[in-house]
Design a protein around this ligand. Structure first.
Ligand SMILES: *Cc1c(COP(=O)(O)O)cnc(C)c1O
Length: 221
């Protein structure tokens, strides 16, 4: 997609986005130049799925924006990830959290994370099942170099955003339950749900972070 169009797309999204909702521009497969155009349009947070792609973009753009990791993080990529990202939205195991903590400690850094919830209980998908989320949040919060700041979910993918609604509703309920439980060290501030086709529904159901790629950058090849 040509550059002025990307900038315009961002402006159109931001115009209609309530100001308490954070926009993450999901930038997988996009070039640093495309990301730059999105920043010109007003994007403040870049979401990346792959550490290597993020490294290339981060080398060009740096701390001008915040960086959220939104893909599946492999343990051997954690060291690089903690150098780049301000938030890891996809923590779904104590093992991964332990490695993040270890690498953050070495880098004298405290990192924000979200617990990824597999709200559709889909086999083979990442994220912790909803009934395990509170316990995982509590366990992770014990790590001194990690701050648990909320939940993230994808939900089962279908073309129709209404199909996602019940999963967003369930995740919102879980978010409120964990918040009410007042678990030491666990803050429920961010609820990251919704992509290009579903973010409006996600906002109706309580999301305060939305992750949008296609609507900003165009269809992926
Ligand atoms: C790609 C991606 C998005 C954005 O998807 P679009 O449909 O292009 O808006 C959001 N979240 C995650 C985790 C993604 O991988």
């Amino acid at each position: 997609m040509n550059s002025p169009q990307i900038e315009l797309n961002v402006r159109k999204v931001l115009e209609k986005l309530p100001c308490d909702i954070k926009l993450v521009a999901a930038a997988k497969t996009r070039t640093p130049e495309e990301i730059r155009e999105a920043i010109k349009g007003g994007v403040k947070i870049i979401g990346e799925n792959y550490v290597q792609e993020a490294e290339e973009a981060f080398a060009v753009i740096g701390h001008e924006v915040r960086w959220h990791f939104i893909g599946h993080l492999q343990k051997n990529k954690v060291k690089k990830a903690v150098d780049i990202f301000d938030m890891i939205e996809t923590v779904d195991s104590i093992n991964l959290a332990g490695e993040i903590n270890r690498r953050c400690e070495a880098a004298s850094k405290v990192i924000d994370v979200l617990v990824e919830v597999n709200s559709g209980r889909e086999p083979g998908k990442f994220g912790v099942f909803p009934e395990k989320a509170a316990k995982l949040a509590e366990d992770i919060a014990a790590f001194p170099n990690i701050r648990v700041m909320g939940l993230m979910t994808m939900g089962p993918f279908s073309g129709d955003p209404e199909d996602a609604r019940s999963y967003f509703t369930e995740t919102r309920k879980l978010f409120e339950e964990i918040k009410t439980a007042g678990i030491t060290g666990v803050e429920m501030r961010y609820l990251s749900m919704g992509m290009t086709n579903s973010y409006k529904v996600a906002i109706e159901e309580g999301a305060n972070i939305v992750r949008i790629g296609t609507k900003i950058f165009g269809e992926r090849e």
